[in-house]
Design a protein around this ligand. Structure first.
Ligand code: ADP
Ligand code: MG
Length: 391
């Protein structure tokens, strides 16, 4: 895997190729994977993500002509984004520019104007794969503006500003997790985030004998009907019947007690949310104690709950988890689950670092055999959040 230093050097090189001079600033912001705590953010629950060793890197210099335009060129060759900072910033074309545009608009509102810039973006976060290339792009933009303006904003304000950019400018109604972890992640730590109070706690995971493996099923099933909205609404309904502000406030006993007053499907949705919030808190304790078998079992239980009670898995994700269970503890896998919204995307597994090559080979081969699809697999240790590489 390319180190962040190497990636920064590559990005600087691309800046030189594109603009004909070296960059003055270089910043990076990571993608993320959620280790456990799925579909609980909108139930005021806890999530336990980590930043991954894949980053959006931005190299920049003052614009050559001294104008007030921020120009962002992307290393993949898509159309560049031009943002005139002397007029109110609006969403526009190309569409990918709406992520940085929203962030720039947020900083202008705070009275922070970075002035005209030439920027080169180079990202190794896979796009649209559920690893939050979007938050990486937003947080890299925010970190660049802070660096250029010479003024740091509070990390929570920064994360919320980036979330607002994604909501309002890109039109994606995401929660707070992705931006929080891309801003506040730390090397060798998971981030326990309370989605109600927005309080965060870094959970040490310095035992290098384990890693997180990310297995992209490379499928994305179109949802029939409003899968996400429907589940949110079912959770709200359950909370109302239980007489609590959110499912965060309910216990398994309360749910059991109210069983007769809930439809079977609403009961199961609530059972997922309530048990998943509990699992996430326990998993954080397990990580803190380096109790990998316990963390692994919680991951398997999370998957079963998402599959059977919440019904957001799919055949390919279930296949990956079954393969992981077959390989098992002896083969170096402690636990595995779908991660992200579901219906495709990625699974995440807790694995023994020394067995990574063998596990990768085995999962790839079995998944291909069972689905005829080639999975994309990589591992990551918990990585650092947004960083200024050249400031
Ligand atoms: P995810 O965040 O899971 O990768 P999203 O659909 O939320 O998926 O975000 C992907 C979108 O973010 C892309 O379609 C594109 O508009 C934008 N994006 C992210 N990274 C880049 C990049 N390096 N270059 C251009 N656009 C990017
Ligand atoms: Mg995204």
């Amino acid at each position: 895997m390319t180190s962040l230093q190497q990636l920064a050097a590559d990005t600087a090189q691309k800046f030189v190729q594109s603009y004909g001079r070296p960059p003055r600033w270089i910043v990076a912001a990571p993608g993320r994977v959620n280790v456990i705590g799925e579909h609980v953010d909108y139930n005021d629950g806890y999530v336990l993500p980590m930043a991954i060793e894949h980053y959006a890197v931005m190299a920049a210099d003052r614009s050559a002509d001294g104008k007030t335009v921020m120009q962002i060129r992307d290393s993949s060759g898509v159309a560049p984004v031009l943002v005139d900072l002397s007029v109110p910033v609006q969403p526009g074309e190309p569409k990918w520019g709406n992520y940085p545009r929203g962030v720039i608009a947020g900083f202008l509102e705070l009275g922070l104007n970075p002035g005209g810039l030439d920027v080169l973006l180079h990202s190794t976060v896979p796009m649209g794969g559920g690893l939050s290339s979007s938050a990486a792009l937003e947080v890299a933009t925010a970190t660049l503006i802070e660096t250029v303006a010479g003024k740091k904003i509070d990390p929570v304000t920064k994360a919320l500003l980036c979330q607002k950019a994604e909501n309002d400018f890109a039109g994606v109604p995401c929660g707070i997790m992705d931006q929080f972890v891309s801003v506040m992640g730390r090397q060798n730590h998971l981030l326990l985030l309370d989605c109600r109070s927005r309080k965060t706690e870094l959970v040490p995971m310095s035992d290098a004998s384990v890693s997180l493996m990310i297995i992209n099923t490379n499928v994305k099933h179109e949802l029939v009907g409003g899968g996400y909205a429907e589940r949110r609404q079912q959770c709200e309904q359950a909370a109302k019947i239980l007489g609590v502000p959110a499912l965060r406030d309910a216990t398994p006993e309360m749910l059991e007690h109210a069983k007769g007053r809930l439809s079977n499907v609403v009961f199961r949705r609530a059972r997922h949310a309530i048990s998943e919030i509990e699992r996430t808190v326990h998993a954080a304790e397990g990580v803190r104690a380096s109790n990998w078998p316990t963390v692994g079992q919680l991951m398997y239980a999370s998957h079963a709950s998402l599959r059977d009670d919440y019904e957001v898995s799919c055949r390919e994700l279930d296949t990956v988890v079954e393969i992981a269970e077959d390989i098992g503890y002896k083969g170096g896998i402690y636990g595995c689950r779908m991660t992200g919204g579901g219906f495709g995307g990625c699974a995440v597994a807790l694995v023994k670092t020394e067995l990574v090559p063998a596990i990768t080979e085995k999962i790839a081969a079995e998944y291909k055999k069972k689905t005829k699809i080639t999975a994309t697999i990589f591992v990551s240790r918990p990585a650092a959040g947004a960083t200024v590489i050249k400031g």
